[in-house]
Design a protein. Structure first.
Length: 189
């Protein structure tokens, strides 16, 4: 059963990866670099400070930092425990797929997908009451994670698993944040 799922995962990867073209490689390389998302992070920080005030915004950012740290460590643990080769390093397919970027680390599960979904989920649950269309934030993990398939770095299951893990962790961190809010800012709950 697992072999069949992995075979379907590989087939879906090959299809999605083959949709790319050299014309768009530069765009997807730009999208996949975290540093290029700094304008989004600045906008989010501005909105958070504007709506929550300095003390609560700093508490929220502390939780975001903790969330990213935990997600990164869990991702690294999973990658080293499963040791699934990235598509770009898989000798069964790397000769005929589009490899735009190379990494030597393992594939399962995607840290990019997990981190972005964790942060998006956490921020959405907190900020949705202030902004009607804050759900548009979920475009960030979708675009960011697809770049990993496009570049030849992750299979779809790596992305989906990262999304699920990130969403669960983002929700749990939200619950912890709510408890901290009640303790340190009881007048705001």
């Amino acid at each position: 059963m697992l072999e069949k799922i992995l075979a379907l995962d590989t087939e879906l990867f090959i299809y999605l990866n083959s949709l790319g073209s050299e014309t768009y490689d530069g765009l997807w390389l730009l999208i996949t670099k975290q540093i290029n998302w700094i304008p989004l992070f600045i906008l989010l920080a501005y909105l958070i400070f504007k709506k929550l005030g300095t003390k609560q915004a700093l508490l929220l950012l502390l939780f975001v930092a903790l969330l990213v740290t935990v997600t990164d460590q869990a991702t690294n643990f999973s990658k080293n425990a499963t040791q699934r080769l990235r598509p770009c390093n898989n000798p069964e397919i790397n000769s005929f797929i589009r490899v735009v970027q190379q990494r030597d680390s393992f594939s399962f599960f995607s840290g990019h997908a997990a981190n972005t979904m964790a942060v998006a989920t956490f921020l959405f649950l907190i900020m949705k009451r202030y902004f009607k269309y804050f759900g548009v934030l979920f475009l960030w993990p979708l675009i960011f994670a697809y770049s990993r398939i496009y570049l030849g770095l992750h299979y779809p299951i790596d992305i989906i698993s990262g999304y699920l893990f990130g969403a669960i962790l983002g929700f749990l961190m939200y619950k912890l944040h709510q408890a901290a809010q009640k303790k340190y800012f009881p007048e705001r709950t």
